[in-house]
Design a protein around this ligand. Sequence first.
Ligand code: COA
Length: 278
Amino acid sequence: MTEQSPNGTVAYDIADGVAWVRFNRPDKRNCMSPTLNREMDAVLAALQFRDDVGVLVLGGEGTAWSAGMDLKEYFRETSAKGLGATRQAQAEAYGWWRRLRWYQKPTIAMVNGWCFGGGYGPLFACDLAFAAEDAQFGLSEINWGILPGGGATKVARELLPFRKAMYHALMGENVDGRTAAEWGLVNEAVPLDRLKARVAEVAAVLLKKNPVALKATKDAVRRVGEMTYDNAEDFLIRAQEAADSFDSEGRKEGMRQFIDEKSYKPGLGAYDLSKQKA
Ligand code: COA
């Protein structure tokens, strides 16, 4: 059954361990208003530790994933109220992207259509991203006279080589889902009518993995990017030891099923979680 946030800017369903969350302002191409930002944060917070949610997918209703920040409600109306209102709106937007970057469960962006500007914040916040081949990605800020803020420039530098990031930010030209996949903005592009099935397939694989190991791994991949090799080596030892304190049985069970029981091969798939003692 589809649930909605109080003002309807966010919709979601939970099915088979997956929370299918959607930007839900299709008439406004899912651009992010302060209301949407507040409601998305509340929905993400409410879903984060639910036992029936193992993976979260972020999609968009209608023809857009998200047309970026709402130029009227997020920029013009907010700046008319002064600096305090602007900072508040920024904190709310950046806040839910940050929550999503460090989310407890693995997250997948399912980019069905337009993805512009501020949309790069949640795009990067999701651990994996799949796009429709014909989805359109753009740093359109330059076309209306600002720099790509709200992290969008950083996302371009994180995900793209320098020349591509610079061209993308300066030219204001869009790339389609296929090019976005070639460039590394998303993992894969598939025809729109296969997008949900492909994402469901990926989510199903993730649901079979040890959830403590998934959280430790996704955080580690983000954290080590900013570390020297030696710092990363040290961090990863400590991160694994911290994960062990939440789940001391997981790795032992994984080893037991391989070495003693010979019931699976880690090189070919995950151990059977259902046999693990709590
Ligand atoms: N901010 C505010 N309103 C937006 C919006 C945004 N980012 N994106 C779309 N909308 C609104 C339009 O103003 C229009 O409102 P209206 O029906 O009240 O007139 C409605 O959404 C539909 O948009 P429209 O432009 O008619 O849809 P389209 O399918 O022809 O074009 C886009 C889609 C995404 C190409 C186009 O809406 C667009 O360029 N949006 C702005 C993208 C952008 O620069 N975002 C970066 C912000 S950081």
